[in-house]
Design a protein around this ligand. Structure first.
Ligand code: NAD
Ligand code: GLY
Length: 361
């Protein structure tokens, strides 16, 4: 089984990401290797609960753990500050102590909010990530960014808080909707764009979900390795790590502007990558033709490439202003030099002047 170890020299933090088909059948065995306490709270959403939680609970109880499951509604609307009191109360009612454990079982929404609850409950309690969407398996479960959204914007409250262990079972991807699978592909394509020309080219050769699944172990391991290397060198997102947010400033703005109802994270990122790439290409910062290659690949993997309503683009600007990469009037944007190479560009909001048509003008 591929095992990647994420290590941070500055801290005593080190954890493994294990990737294996069928890993969900051995959760208690894997947990035993990293956790010696008695109680485990699983946080999941209704969809994942119905599909996977029961057998995991059975397995953990058979290994003598006391288990409680906290089930939240599915979707981005759950990842808000207002959902936290319910989680904290459920953890307290279960009598969870600092020597116990929380498991985040679900997609990026569950991973992010559970990780934040774990970082703050009793000033920090250990947690394990079991990501069940492609997006969470290749991105959100790795690197320790946890948090929640505010009405004012996406991920505005959060922490860097690493899991004890990440268990990735690619078999669970079989039950994703096509749309949720495509969301994950947006992040996979992002990795190709920012760091890995070979990955990008391999993805152009895969035209169906079935074909992607035939190479899924390799795809997940490739993406996780890229993320592992980047976060190890820049844990707190002060430099190199920012390139992981290619397309995300606009993506987050799109999600928030439509109140997390019209576009998912993956769709926002896809549209954001195209718009930023177009703008950068028009400024000769990105090699000509890069955006067209990106558009072709996104469409091949059933992702949107522009907002349905072009008139909405300027309305994203107030949300871009609130981005965490915006400080003191200066904004860091991630642009592609060409496919497989990204760079950080220090600019101002005026960079987005041609956004009114999604950078298509
Ligand atoms: P999600 O967690 O909402 O999951 C999408 C849908 O898939 C949900 O309805 C869920 O119930 C369902 N689902 C999950 N696993 C399933 C399975 N195996 N079978 C069937 N259905 C399943 O969304 P997501 O796309 O996983 O995550 C998006 C979130 O991740 C966003 O909030 C984004 O900000 C965050 N994110 C965080 C990081 C990070 O570094 N922390 C990185 C990227 C994205
Ligand atoms: N998803 C961006 C990061 O983890 O930094």
């Amino acid at each position: 089984m591929p095992v990647l170890t994420v290590k941070f020299p500055s801290q005593e933090v080190r954890y493994e990401l294990k990737i294996e088909k069928g890993l969900l059948n051995h959760v208690s065995h894997e947990v035993k290797n990293v956790f010696t306490g008695a109680k485990i709270a699983i946080v999941t959403d209704e969809t994942v609960y119905a599909l996977y939680a029961k057998s995991i609970i059975k397995d953990l109880e058979a290994a003598d753990y006391k288990v409680q499951c906290i089930v939240l509604p599915p979707g981005e609307q759950t990842k808000t500050f207002d959902s936290l009191p319910h989680i904290y109360s459920a953890l307290a009612d279960f009598g969870l102590t600092r020597s116990d454990l929380i498991i985040a079982l679900g997609g990026g929404v569950i991973g992010d909010i559970t990780g934040f609850a774990a970082s703050s409950y009793l000033r920090g309690i250990s947690f394990v990530q079991i990501p069940t969407t492609l997006l969470a398996q290749v991105d959100s479960s790795v690197g320790g960014k946890v948090g929640v959204d505010l009405p004012e914007g996406k991920n505005l409250v959060g922490a860097f808080y690493h899991p004890l262990l990440v268990l990735i079972d690619p078999l669970v991807l079989e039950t994703l909707t096509d749309s949720a699978f495509a969301d994950g592909m947006a992040e996979v394509i992002k990795y190709g764009c920012i760091k890995d020309l070979n990955l990008f080219h391999r993805l152009t050769e895969l035209s169906s979900r079935k074909e992607v699944m035939q190479h899924i172990d390799w795809i997940i391991e490739t993406c996780c390795t890229i993320k592992q290397v980047i976060v190890q060198t820049d844990e707190k997102d002060l430099g190199e790590r920012m390139i992981l947010n290619f397309g995300h400033t606009l993506g987050h703005a799109i999600e928030a502007y439509y109140q997390y109802e019209k576009y998912t994270h993956g769709q926002g990122v896809a549209i954001g990558m195209v718009a930023i790439s177009r703008i950068a290409e028009s400024k000769q910062m990105t090699t000509d033709g890069t955006t067209d290659q990106l558009i072709t690949l996104l469409q091949q993997h059933r992702l949107p490439i522009a907002l349905e309503d072009l008139e909405d683009y300027p309305k994203l600007l107030p949300y871009i202003k609130k981005d965490k990469k915006n400080s003191g009037g200066s904004l860091s944007v991630i642009v592609l030099v060409d496919v497989g190479r990204a760079t950080l560009h220090q600019t101002t909001l005026s960079f987005f002047d041609s956004l009114d048509t999604g950078g298509t003008a």
